[in-house]
Design a protein around this ligand. Structure first.
Ligand SMILES: Cc1ncc(COP(=O)(O)O)c(C=O)c1O
Length: 427
């Protein structure tokens, strides 16, 4: 039976929509005893049918640059591949409109595997600034110690600025990778993926090799942004956030061409950072409601952001729908994104003391890192998620002592506003 991965719908003549793929892609009941929902294959190893089949399945996995899709030939060992991993990867690939996807134990496992697979000593690379604190730390500690030189760019919309950073990077070593995070954590800074793709073409002419472009799509997810359709080579997502959606497990994904994703799967086998059967099963269940949760959270965020923007004690807000009409960022946002998402940051009066008084007064909003859950989460990036980012870098991208990041959930928005209102009184 052909797997329903979006390219080969069983009965429909037209391609299935993302909402439908979120419920159906990657799982075919007739292949699993008719079970309407995916069983969990809680096993670390798989019994070979014969010595010849054992050799064939190893050949298929290890010969060549890209491991052949397991399942077709049987499985070997869960660190290499397992049935729930194949189901979840097929579903995420369909949502990301990609040829293939690799799932990892966390978003950082995905980011680290990309960096370690694609970068070599002597290479240079470019990355968004601001970027998630863990990614920043990986690039500026471990990858730097491995002989890679990272170049941050703060304005991913300005072509001349990006070209200047690319020239500086190429002067240091081959520019191999451009890691974009758009919208960026926590500032919501937007980068123009199509423009960066054109820049990569020019870099290819200059140095004889095209840098690979990755876009971290964690803040918006597949229903609000499809980076591959705008020219990215790989789409990275922390599935821990909106895809998981309930703050109760961790996973990450990288989607793109079968050739590139295959390289990552080979390294994943060696690092052992695959997503386990239970997490894959949780993910399959969670993404079924992702569109509903996304719509509700986006509507709530619009209400909360409008309330905060109009509050006299709020001095700054980075909600994407408030980008100024006529600005370069607005033009990129309108072209690239289908909505503003539900995570943004804002500043209050009174510096760190004001922010701390506000946070300590909240009752309903949960003061915790992470985002994308059904519950509204709020944190103070300078002292939590971006603690390890140097203060000067934080200041450059406006992550200040009074900046808070909020991920709006699916609760009743009046309840959320009542809590914000009483906490703002403490500022
Ligand atoms: C934009 C972004 N990318 C990657 C990560 C890392 O994901 P994980 O926490 O699943 O390792 C995060 C985590 O907050 C994130 O916000």
């Amino acid at each position: 039976m052909v797997q329903n991965n979006g390219d080969a719908p069983r009965s429909a003549a037209r391609p299935l929509s993302l909402e439908t793929l979120a419920v159906s892609a990657g799982y075919e009941p007739s292949e699993h005893g008719g079970a309407a929902k995916p069983p969990i294959y809680m096993t670390s190893t798989f019994v070979y049918e014969s010595a010849a089949q054992a050799r064939a399945v190893h050949q298929a996995f290890f010969d060549g640059d890209v491991p052949e899709r397991s399942g077709k030939n049987g499985y070997i060992y869960a660190r290499l591949d397992h049935p729930n991993l194949v189901m979840a990867q097929t579903r995420i690939a369909a949502l990301d409109r990609a040829e293939d996807s690799a799932l990892f134990a966390s978003g950082m496992a995905a980011v680290s595997t990309v960096a370690m697979s694609l970068l070599r000593p002597g290479d240079s690379m470019m990355h968004s600034r601001s970027i998630y604190g863990g990614t920043d730390m990986l690039l500026h500690t471990h990858m730097t110690e491995m002989g890679v030189t990272p170049f941050g760019f703060t304005d991913g919309v300005d072509e001349a600025n990006m070209a200047a950073v690319a020239d500086a990077a190429m002067a240091k070593g081959p520019l191999t990778l451009i890691m974009v995070e758009s919208p960026a954590n926590p500032t919501c800074a937007i980068a123009d993926i199509a423009m960066i793709s054109r820049l990569a073409d020019r870099v290819a002419l200059a140095q004889g090799r095209r840098p690979i472009i990755t876009v971290d799509n964690t803040f918006l997810g597949p229903f609000l942004q499809s980076p591959l359709e705008h020219g990215a080579d790989l789409c990275i997502t922390s599935l821990t956030k909106y895809a998981g959606g309930h703050s109760d497990f961790m996973a990450g994904s990288v989607s793109g061409s079968a050739a590139l994703v295959g390289r990552l799967k080979k390294l994943r086998t060696l690092l052992g950072c695959h997503s386990d059967p239970h997490s894959c099963w949780m993910l399959l269940r969670s993404v079924e409601t992702m569109k509903l949760r996304t719509d509700r959270a986006v509507a709530n965020a619009q209400t909360i952001a409008s309330y905060l923007r109009d509050h006299r004690k709020v001095t700054r807000i980075t909600y994407l729908a408030f980008l100024a009409e006529g600005s370069a960022e607005r033009a990129v946002y309108d072209r690239q994104c289908a909505g503003p998402g539900s995570t943004f940051s804002f500043d209050v009066e009174g510096g760190e003391a004001g922010a701390f008084r506000f946070l300590d007064r909240l009752r309903l909003l949960r003061f915790a890192v992470s985002l994308g859950g059904t519950e509204t989460l709020i944190c103070h990036p300078a002292t939590t998620t971006h603690y390890a980012v140097p203060e000067a870098t934080r200041a450059e991208v406006h992550i200040g002592p009074a900046t808070m990041r909020v991920s709006v959930g699916i609760e009743n928005s009046d309840d959320l506003i009542a809590d914000l209102a009483q906490a703002l009184e403490a500022v």
